[in-house]
Design a protein around this ligand. Structure first.
Ligand SMILES: [Fe+2]
Ligand SMILES: [Fe+2]
Length: 187
């Protein structure tokens, strides 16, 4: 049985201030904290006897918006730049490859969960079907491991290897992806 958990209805997984985009590694780290909250919500939904529709909607919205943007941030900006800056002695190239593979697999799982939760919400279901519960538990488990590796290996290495110019360019691209123009950015 899921334990009751207090969540801010306006920000059930916490907030990540846009101004933090100028420090992209910190922004990603805060996003990872929000992903841990998302994992807890996924487990709560999977274990609850009755469906919390508001929480289910919040999970669907997060998966389809912020989580999608986050994966693009890593796949199109952070990972490619970090790969270029790795030293021959760094063994992180293989790990980045594994994380990219997980992004692709988890995208499928995310879509499955979002569709399943949306269908349950639309049908005014009082409980979730077993396959969706299993998908939510698998997602939480996979995400937690993924986050641990990114936090323990990728972000510390990025802070060592990326230059100020690299970070500014990543920040500019991540902000543009969200329709935000950073101060001092010419584009
Ligand atoms: Fe991440
Ligand atoms: Fe990731």
């Amino acid at each position: 049985m899921a334990r009751a958990r207090r969540r801010d209805p306006a920000a059930p997984f916490g907030r990540c201030e846009p101004k933090l985009l100028s420090r992209p590694l910190e922004f990603i780290h805060v996003e990872h904290l929000r992903h841990r909250e998302l994992c807890q919500a996924a487990e709560d939904l999977a274990e609850a006897e009755t469906l919390d529709r508001r929480l289910a909607e919040a999970v669907v919205n997060f998966l389809r918006s912020e989580m999608t943007l986050h994966v693009i941030d890593e796949e199109e900006d952070l990972f490619p730049v970090l790969r270029r800056r790795l030293k021959p002695s760094d063994e992180a190239g293989r790990i980045i490859g594994l994380l990219s593979g997980e992004h692709a697999a988890d995208e499928k799982l995310s879509q499955e969960i979002a569709s399943g939760l949306s269908a349950a919400i639309d049908a005014k279901a009082t409980a979730l079907p077993k396959p969706i519960r299993n998908a939510l538990l698998a997602f939480a488990d996979r995400q937690r491991r993924h986050l641990s590796v990114e936090n323990a290996i990728v972000l510390p290495l990025a802070s060592q290897r990326l230059s100020k110019r690299d970070l500014d360019e990543i920040a500019r691209r991540m902000a543009a992806r969200r329709g935000i123009r950073l101060r001092g950015s010419s584009t």
